[in-house]
Ligand binder design. Structure first.
Ligand code: PLP
Length: 533
């Protein structure tokens, strides 16, 4: 099967093209039409779902996984919750000998701790000069970037035109809308980026405030800060599968927080959320809505949450909603018939990462909030000749420029092509893994394929997969091609043949949750076929 992806002409009419064309030409004019993607993808999906030969995934005690026990609401001042940082789970960047184009021993040596050490006395000599060290480092990064599957980073971008601006110390210190006396800034570009997102998430001019952050985490920290300042005695509710930055914010700001259990696909358990809010009616409600969870890419149903608040008669002035949009809030506006995530609904802030869907050589993000809330944190700082409204003081002006450049060059058509590519290629990956007799799942609106954890850690490190207990995931980004997927699946199958398949760690483990029928379709059973047991 050739890689395929939809593309759109200037009138927004869907056309089709190969993945190779769309991958490398998201900023280029549209070219010739090749195949009808929608039909092919639909056929592929049916092929997966019609695979009557596969056994429904069951637990070891042979009960259906839908019977997984409901776990408790965690009170966050007493227990740790949230998804651990992928960085904390394992060394995702650890190189192995099995790399396709491994560095030579000599090149690896140039990157050793001893080789890159900075001398602290005149007598110390260095084994290699900086140029040869950097040449090896360049090769290493190229190689790692070519086999990266686990984290939601778009590695396909081209900012060459901006390289000259790296000569400047561009700093947007202070508020984006109130210039400080420091003149080497990129505020005009930052404000333009904010305006773009305000338009995307439908908030009127004059009603919003936002800034370019260092990452999605900073956007979450800011969103949570606004929430606490608006409702100092509020309780934060967020699902257990929430990114750890939200509960970190709760700890930093000494907020009471409740980690609500999730449904098997990773969305918040709406009934438990409702009953917890009901139990604590005397306190304002702060909700973090996950627009794509870290591990499963699950999107909490904002409308359903709003209906719960209405049903419980919580007035608007008693609730505050932050949307952690990291990867997916940047995708949903470009997906036909996706639920609307926007300020037309009673939400208060949205944060996304800039280096994820859009792609950027430095981590960055965007946060947007209702302007009226920012007054609660604002402080006039004479030294800046601006106001302090952001989490950081000095702020990366390069990031604002890079984001502006990506948005201008790609335009909405280019972003839409990238989004369609990710979602369709993720379906292809799900199909290939299922056909190979392994368990995997893909949430609606998501490009995160969740699969059983491969038994060989070398494969995990080579492809830099993110893992949680007995599952792993691949986040299909614009730089992931059908050809790479075929190569990956082949190695996955070789790994299965040599080492067998992972056994679910416990009844409630992430792997067993992949088996629940609420995901829909069929799933390959992990039991009975373990070569390793
Ligand atoms: C759902 C979610 N929120 C927030 C973040 C944090 O984003 P960043 O890594 O840009 O700080 C992530 C990162 O993966 C995420 O998956």
């Amino acid at each position: 099967m050739t890689g395929m992806s939809s593309k759109y002409n200037n009138d927004g009419v869907a056309m089709t093209m190969t993945v190779e064309q769309s991958r490398f030409k998201s900023t280029a004019p549209i070219e010739d039409v090749e195949e009808d993607v929608a039909a092919a993808v639909a056929a592929a999906t049916v092929a997966v779902e019609d695979d009557g030969g596969v056994t429904h995934h069951r637990n070891h005690d042979n009960t259906d996984s839908d019977n997984i026990s409901i776990d408790e609401v965690l009170d966050l001042n007493t227990a740790k919750a949230g998804t651990a940082s992928p960085w904390a789970v394992f060394d995702a960047w650890g190189a192995g000998d099995a790399m396709e184009h491994p560095l030579t021993a000599e090149e690896e040596n140039r990157l050793s701790v001893e080789s890159v050490k900075i001398p602290t006395s005149k007598d110390e000599t260095v084994p290699f000069d900086e140029t040869s060290i950097l040449a090896s480092y360049d090769k290493l990064l190229k190689q790692r970037s070519s086999v990266h599957f686990g984290y939601p980073y778009n590695l396909m971008y081209n900012h060459e035109e901006l390289y000259d601006f790296m000569r400047y110390s561009i700093n947007n210190l202070g508020d984006p809308f109130i210039p400080s006396n420091y003149g080497v800034h990129s505020r005009q570009f930052e404000c333009s980026v904010i305006d773009f997102f305000a338009d995307l998430w439908k908030i009127d001019k004059g009603d919003y405030w936002g800034y370019v952050t260092t990452c999605g985490t900073e956007g979450n920290l800011h969103g949570m800060l606004l929430a606490r300042e608006c409702h100092p005695d509020g309780i934060l509710y967020s699902s257990k599968e929430t990114h750890y930055s939200i509960f970190k914010a709760a700890r930093y700001y000494r907020m009471d927080a409740k980690a609500i259990p999730t449904l098997p696909q990773g969305e918040i358990d709406y009934d438990i959320l409702a009953s917890e809010i009901d139990k604590n009616r005397d306190r304002p409600v702060i909700i973090n809505v996950n627009i794509g969870t870290t591990v499963k890419g699950a999107v909490d149903n904002l409308d359903r949450i709003l209906r719960i608040l209405k049903m419980l008669n919580i007035p608007r002035e008693r609730f505050h909603i932050h949307c952690d949009g990291a990867l997916v809030a940047m995708m949903m506006p470009f997906v036909d018939y996706a639920p609307e995530i926007s300020f037309r609904k009673p939400i208060d802030s949205i944060a996304v990462s800039g280096h994820k869907m859009l792609g950027c050589p430095m981590p960055c993000g965007i946060t947007l909030a209702r302007k009226e809330h920012v007054k609660n944190v604002e402080q006039r700082i004479d030294y800046l000749n601006s106001v302090d409204t952001t989490i950081m003081g000095s702020r990366n002006g390069q990031a604002a420029l890079y984001l502006w450049y990506s948005l201008r060059k790609k335009g909405v058509d280019g972003i839409q092509r990238d989004v369609v590519h990710c979602m369709e290629t993720a379906q292809y990956l799900r199909q290939k893994i299922s056909e190979a007799g392994m368990t995997c799942r893909l949430n609606d609106l998501s490009c995160t394929v969740v699969l059983e954890r491969p038994m060989d850690d070398r494969l995990i490190k080579r492809w830099q997969l993110a893992c949680e207990e007995d599952i792993a995931h691949v986040v299909v980004m614009p730089n992931i091609t059908i050809e790479k997927i075929d190569k990956f699946v082949k190695e996955l199958v070789d790994c299965k043949n040599e080492f067998g398949r992972i056994e679910a760690k416990h009844d409630d483990s992430p792997l067993n949750k992949l088996a629940c029928s609420s995901w829909g379709g069929n799933v390959v059973a992990p039991v009975e076929t373990f070569a390793s047991v």
